[in-house]
Write a protein that binds this ligand. Structure first.
Ligand code: EPU
Length: 337
């Protein structure tokens, strides 16, 4: 097994932050992973997937396992649906495109999300009215302490908004190796409710969209708002959209009548964090190489050589000011390491 030492992780995180790993292994098979888990002894592990939802603020003093197990297969098929399984190291967007080419519906709204398949369930990735949990059947994962494989069903995962059991009660205890999705082969349940998708389809003169049309609309919207990590380092939305009690929302609405919001339940309402950050005047601001994207205030960016600590400073400035102005705490969506 090839172990690299003092390995730069710059290429392995979409923020493009330069930190070093004490030791680094690229894991390409389940048997290799199993062996590492049985032999690791007291050595601490750090699981690295697509690196698209993390901010690295320090060197990693652990054995980094870069999860690169690949493969896609159809597990079951009926007349209407198909269960497709993808290994953790598959690139998420490539997997979505594979499904669209085969005319398997359900993931099209999740096009162009950076990262790998294996980390998608951890934060229940979501965009444009669809979440991973809507098509997720189960995933296989190895317990780090014992090396045993376990199957997690949709219910087991306790999915929520950018949340799952993997971020809570069993955080850091399992490594996801494979994810199974149930997708449609016909009568696709298209989700075009998101305003920007409707507009994109209308502009393209499309009345009866296919899943490919929706995927293309999503790609176009994302490209127009979100920076490409290959060009400007970033991790997508840096904060979660906060959910606040209705009475708190009413107070803000009196001062800002045009505030956008989404009702969650009878007592709470979700406010777009991007809007809050824009209101405090931070959209497009920059301190050295760390800044806030000019087209989407929820996205923090590394223009070139920013350190993780510098990006974190920007995040703290935002949190303090939003708290001061709106009395709302912005929780990070990105994992701070
Ligand atoms: N807004 C502003 N200013 C900004 C950004 C947004 O006023 O700078 C307002 C918009 O005008 C709109 C509202 O905020 O009224 C929502 O904006 P947008 O549609 O861009 O979505 P978002 O709530 O900022 C969420 C997800 C994204 C996902 C989009 C589309 C979270 C934390 N983020 O962003 O997910 O792509 O919806 O569904 O839920 C990610 O998780 O990394 C991510 C990019």
């Amino acid at each position: 097994m090839k172990i690299a030492h003092n390995k730069s992780l710059k290429e392995f995180n979409t923020f493009g932050i330069e930190v070093f790993a004490n030791a680094f292994i690229t894991v390409t098979s389940e048997s290799q992973l199993h062996k590492i888990l049985l032999e690791k002894g007291q050595e601490e592990l750090f699981i690295l997937s697509g690196g698209s939802n993390m901010l690295l603020t320090k060197n990693i003093d652990a054995l980094v396992l870069h999860m690169a197990i690949r493969g896609i297969a159809v597990k079951h098929e009926s007349e209407d649906t198909v269960v497709v399984s993808a290994y953790a190291g598959e690139n998420w967007h490539d997997f979505v495109q594979y499904c669209i080419e085969k005319n398997y519906g359900g993931l099209e709204n999740l096009s162009l999300i950076p990262g790998y398949v294996g980390s998608a369930p951890i934060q229940n990735i979501g965009a444009y009215g669809v979440e991973l949990k809507d098509t997720f059947v189960s995933c296989e994962a190895y317990e780090i302490s014992t090396g045993k494989k376990r199957l997690f069903t949709n219910d087991d995962c306790k999915f929520g908004y950018r949340n799952s059991i993997f971020k809570n009660s069993i955080k850091g205890q399992y490594i996801i190796t494979k994810v199974n999705f149930r997708l449609t082969k016909k009568n696709h349940k298209l989700n075009t409710s998101y305003g920007a998708i409707e507009t994109a389809l209308t502009n393209a003169d499309i009345t009866f969209p296919t899943i490919k049309d929706i995927s293309e609309a999503v790609i176009q919207i994302r490209k127009s708002k979100l920076p490409d990590p290959a060009e400007i380092g970033n991790s997508g939305s840096f904060f979660k959209n906060p959910v606040v009690p209705l009475h708190h929302f009413s107070k803000i609405k009196k001062l800002y009548p045009s505030i956008p919001s989404y009702v969650v339940d009878k007592h709470t309402i979700k406010i777009p964090a991007g809007w809050l950050i824009q209101q405090i005047g931070f959209k497009g601001k920059r301190w050295g190489d760390a800044g806030i994207h000019e087209k989407q205030a929820l996205v923090l960016v590394n223009y070139n050589q920013a350190t993780g600590k510098e990006i974190l400073e920007v995040a703290k400035k935002i949190q303090n000011k939003v708290k001061e102005e709106f009395g709302i705490h912005l929780e990070t969506e990105v994992n701070i390491i």
